[in-house]
Design a protein. Structure first.
Length: 161
C-alpha cells in the first residue's frame, strides 16, 4: 500500500511541477492552446506577413488555422506550418530555405505574436472567408493557383480556396 501511495504522490507532484515549468498556454475557444502552436503561428505571420498591415497578418494567420481544421492538411498549427519538412518542397518557403527561423526584428516579432494570440483566441474574424492558400500579389498569377478560386486580395497577398 505504501508503494501505491508513493507512486500516486510522485505522479501528482510530477504533474504539478510540469504545469509550473511549462510556458503559459493561450486560452482559445474554451480550450488551452499549446505554446508551440502559438510560436508556430507567430513565426508564420512574422515571415509571411511581418511587414504588412494588421489585416494582412490576420489573414495569413487565418489561412494557417483554416488548414489546421481542414481534412486535407496536417492537424494542428505546427503540423500545417511544418508540412513537407525542412527540405523543399514545403508549404512555407521560409521554413525550408535553410536560413535561420529566428526573428530578427523585435517589433515585428511582438506584433506577430500578438496577432497569433488574438487569432488563436478567436477574437479576430477571418478576413479571407475561409481561404486555404495564399500567394504573393504579383502581376502574373502563379501556375499552382489556376485550379483555385480567388477569394480576396489583402495586403501583399492574394487568397484562394
Amino acid at each position: 500500500m505504501k508503494i501505491k501511495t508513493f507512486l500516486a504522490a510522485t505522479v501528482l507532484f510530477g504533474g504539478l511541477l510540469a504545469g509550473l515549468l511549462a510556458p503559459p498556454a493561450v486560452r482559445a475557444a474554451g480550450h488551452e492552446v499549446p505554446p508551440d502552436a502559438l510560436r508556430c503561428l507567430a513565426l508564420a505571420v512574422y515571415f509571411e506577413a511581418g511587414s504588412e498591415p494588421q489585416t494582412g497578418k490576420v489573414a495569413v494567420a487565418h489561412v494557417v488555422l483554416n488548414r489546421a481544421q481542414h481534412a486535407g492538411f496536417p492537424g494542428g498549427v505546427c503540423g500545417v506550418v511544418q508540412q513537407g519538412g525542412d527540405q523543399r518542397p514545403c508549404q512555407f518557403g521560409w521554413y525550408c530555405d535553410g536560413r535561420s527561423d529566428q526573428p530578427t526584428s523585435s517589433r515585428m516579432w511582438q506584433s506577430a505574436q500578438e496577432v497569433a494570440r488574438e487569432v488563436l483566441a478567436g477574437r479576430v474574424d477571418d478576413p479571407t472567408g475561409g481561404a486555404l492558400y495564399f500567394a504573393q500579389a504579383r502581376a502574373s498569377r502563379p501556375a499552382w493557383t489556376k485550379r483555385l478560386t480567388q477569394i480576396a486580395r489583402i495586403g501583399g497577398h492574394v487568397f484562394y480556396r
